[in-house]
Write a protein that binds this ligand. Structure first.
Ligand code: C2E
Ligand code: MG
Ligand code: MG
Ligand code: MG
Length: 280
């Protein structure tokens, strides 16, 4: 089983973006009960310094295992949760669970939590985050929230205001899947991101060393540098990809090369000896 291998992102989690109407209805009904039925859990994937392999943090990744449907890919059920207005309660559970877990890690290690655009519609979202930090005792500086460029689509002044409130709490913001969404860069000057996460579609292309991907990564790193932001390369699977992104000045790395998404227990075990073998 994938879980026994410390992962959860093998074949069963490959994105299958097409979901037909019947499948959707079945899935939505099941998803409504998933939280109460204890079918959700989090995996944690290390984000490391490319140079040393030292763990800077973990990204919390949501998993859903349903008795009838099996493991459902987040690429399928997250959009459904957003449309069915379930992302609020589910996202709150993710936030609380991830912050709670992070309090068990060394105090230098951050946790990153993905936040959907829909969650930023909630006027009280920053208050919720503040309450969760208070409750769990996690310092704000150890929480990073990941949003995608889509947050800035359709003139979303409200979402931008919520991001400001979040920054005022002292949390970090990172920009996920950079380069795959909205193309206007104006928002970068108005919201203070700590990190730009370069989408794996660019990084994995770097294995074949295409001049186009190299140029794109180089440009994103330069842009981030000049804005005082750092960069994380997503989806680094091979030594060649690692060498490439390091040479291009990208400091942080996330990908199967350093660790697959793993259970909370396996993530914790990385800090009690045997770190290298457990992460590989
Ligand atoms: P993401 O935030 O960009 O997360 C990174 C995805 O890349 C994860 O997929 C991770 O398993 C995968 N990945 C990491 N390293 C590698 C690699 O070396 N190779 C390959 N091929 N893939 C790699 P996952 O877990 O299937 O999640 C998919 C997306 O679902 C996430 O993309 C995120 O957008 C969303 N998601 C996951 N958990 C949550 C959550 O709690 N809340 C929200 N709103 N969205 C979530
Ligand atoms: Mg993410
Ligand atoms: Mg990403
Ligand atoms: Mg992604």
């Amino acid at each position: 089983r994938a879980k026994d291998l410390g992962g959860g992102t093998f074949q069963a989690y490959e994105p299958q973006l097409h979901v037909d109407a019947d499948e959707r209805r079945v899935m939505e009904i099941a998803l409504r009960r998933a939280l109460a039925n204890g079918e959700l859990h989090l995996n944690y994937q290390p984000v490391v310094t490319g140079e040393t392999g030292a763990i800077e943090g973990f990204e919390a990744l949501l998993r859903w295992t349903n008795p009838q449907l099996g493991n459902v890919s987040p690429a399928k059920f997250i959009p459904l949760a957003e449309q069915a207005r379930l992302i609020g309660p589910i996202g709150e559970w993710v936030l609380r669970t991830a912050c709670q877990e992070a309090t068990r890690w060394p105090s230098t290690v951050r946790v990153a939590v993905n936040v959907s655009f829909e969650q930023l519609h909630n006027r009280n979202f920053a208050k919720l985050v503040a309450a969760v930090l208070q409750e769990t005792g996690l310092p704000a500086s150890r929480l990073e929230l990941e949003v995608t460029e889509s947050v800035f689509m359709n003139e979303a002044p409200h979402a931008v205001a919520v991001l400001r409130e979040l920054l005022a709490l002292g949390i970090k913001l990172s920009l996920d899947d950079f380069g795959t969404g909205y193309s206007s860069l104006g928002y970068l000057s108005r919201t203070k991101f700590s990190t730009i996460k370069i989408d794996r579609s660019f990084v994995q292309g770097a294995a074949s060393n295409t001049p186009e991907n190299v140029a794109i990564i180089r440009a994103v790193v330069a842009l981030a540098d000049s804005l005082g932001m750092s960069t994380t390369a997503e989806g680094v699977e091979t030594d060649d990809e690692l060498a490439m992104i390091r040479q291009l000045g990208c400091r942080k790395v996330q990908g199967y090369l350093f660790g697959r998404p793993m259970s909370a227990a396996d993530a914790r075990a990385l800090f009690s000896g045997n770190a290298r073998s457990a992460a590989a």
